[in-house]
Design a protein around this ligand. Structure first.
Ligand code: 1CP
Length: 374
């Protein structure tokens, strides 16, 4: 508790010299306009990304090539002047660094060697992990240099990892799924065994984030894309269901956040437990993340009332609205800004950019956010 308070104080002191709008918002200060970046701002909706990926041959070839990965990170920054540059990598490099086979099949997403209940888990070997992730750290260094060299001195470099629950979902399933039934069944029927998988991923994730920060990441985002699968439906929450969310979503995030804070008290952490509904408030309270990323199902008014008084908020335009563009998108973006723009607030989507989105719509959105005034 004391360490946490001390960390907050240091952050506030450091905030006075924070020039980058994204870092200022994360420290609880709001400049005249909210900073902006978009989840999946690098990717297939950009023609320059498609060209780069063709050159690389495959997605993972790009991730492990620091020149190409740094280039992909810079593309949306150059085109739109984003306030955040998100490292070009993937949440699934962690299972791969632990020795689990991974490939991206054209048109069907990730394919992993599935881990089943009772299987021996990979052993955590720090040196092996560091060796396998070294190219990603090199990308971080190059992006920091690139931002400086190309005079994007206001843009902050965001590192990231998947949260253990979401990464374990892919590991148990062996790929993507609509409902990740295998992970949910495993967690329910063998909580001790599933807990060992979560612990392993948690430990590797802490190493990975420490490595990114040491290489120059200025903020971190933790993606728990499938947190919503553990949110009890309806209004008859049994105790055990609420406990499941606490155990697999909140606790690993607490451990990661406190480990990062202990080593890097000035590096802010954005947590995105997508689909958490009203449990967002509990998540924010218990993890103490510097900012909470909200998905499009959360009303900005609810977030202003229940989250923003204690923490910065990031979100939450519907990616479908960005896909559609036009006057309706402008209205939707301004409605979010009117509610949350007083700060501390970071404009973003409620989830990633959809690959059919015309880049012109992103340019339009950037104009809407930049020209908004409280
Ligand atoms: O070019 C291609 O074919 C690859 C498409 C792609 C891209 C551009 C994948 C495959 N990953 C990425 C990059 C990526 N992934 C970034 C950095 C770029 C940026 O944000 O601008 C980040 C932060 C991620 C994170 C990620 N990967 C998440 C969490 C965020 C989210 O979208 O919920 C998840 C779940 C993944 C897994 C993943 N990576 C790629 C695919 C197709 C998937 C599966 C998604 C699914 O299950 O629906």
């Amino acid at each position: 508790m004391q360490a946490m308070r001390q960390a907050k104080t240091q952050k506030i002191q450091a905030a006075g010299v924070r020039e980058k709008p994204l870092l200022a918002a994360l420290a609880g200060e709001q400049k005249s306009r909210p900073p902006l970046w978009l989840m999946r701002q690098a990717g297939r909706y950009l023609p320059e990304y498609r060209a780069l990926r063709e050159k690389a041959g495959g997605f993972l070839e790009m991730v492990y090539n620091p020149d190409l990965a740094a280039e992909a990170t810079m593309q949306p920054v150059r085109r739109f002047g984003m306030d955040g540059a998100i490292l070009f990598s993937d949440i699934l490099v962690i299972p791969q660094a632990l020795g689990i086979g991974l490939r991206f099949a054209e048109g069907e997403g990730p394919v992993l060697e599935a881990v089943r209940p009772g299987d021996p888990l990979p052993v955590f070997e720090k040196q092996k992990l560091e060796m396998r992730l070294a190219p990603v750290y090199e990308t971080v260094r190059r992006v920091r240099e690139g931002l400086q060299a190309e005079s994007f001195s206001d843009t902050a470099l965001i590192g990231f990892a998947g949260a253990p629950w979401t990464v374990a979902c892919y590991m148990a399933e062996g790929g993507s799924s609509r409902d990740f039934a295998k992970a949910r069944t495993w967690a329910r029927e063998d909580a001790a065994g599933f807990g060992r998988l979560i612990d392993l991923v948690t430990e590797a994730t802490i190493e990975y984030l420490n490595g990114q920060i040491s290489a120059g990441a200025e903020a971190i985002q933790l993606f728990d894309s499938w947190a919503g699968l553990l949110v009890p439906g309806g209004n008859s929450h049994s105790h055990s269901e609420t406990d499941t969310y606490a155990r697999w979503v909140i606790e690993p995030a607490q451990r990661i956040i406190s480990a990062i804070r202990a080593r890097f008290p000035d590096v802010p952490i954005i947590a995105f437990p997508r689909g958490s509904g009203e449990l967002y408030a509990e998540y924010a309270r218990q993890t103490g993340a510097d900012a909470i990323g909200i998905d499009q199902d959360i009303s900005p008014g609810w977030a202003a009332e229940n989250l923003q008084k204690k923490t910065a908020v990031q979100g939450n335009l519907d990616p479908q609205s960005l896909l559609a563009g036009g006057a309706e998108m402008g209205r939707a973006a301004r409605a979010i800004l009117d509610c949350l723009g007083g700060g501390p607030f970071i404009f973003n989507l409620g989830h990633g950019v959809i690959k059919e989105t015309p880049p012109e719509h992103v340019a339009q959105l950037v104009d809407v956010v930049r020209s908004w005034r409280p």
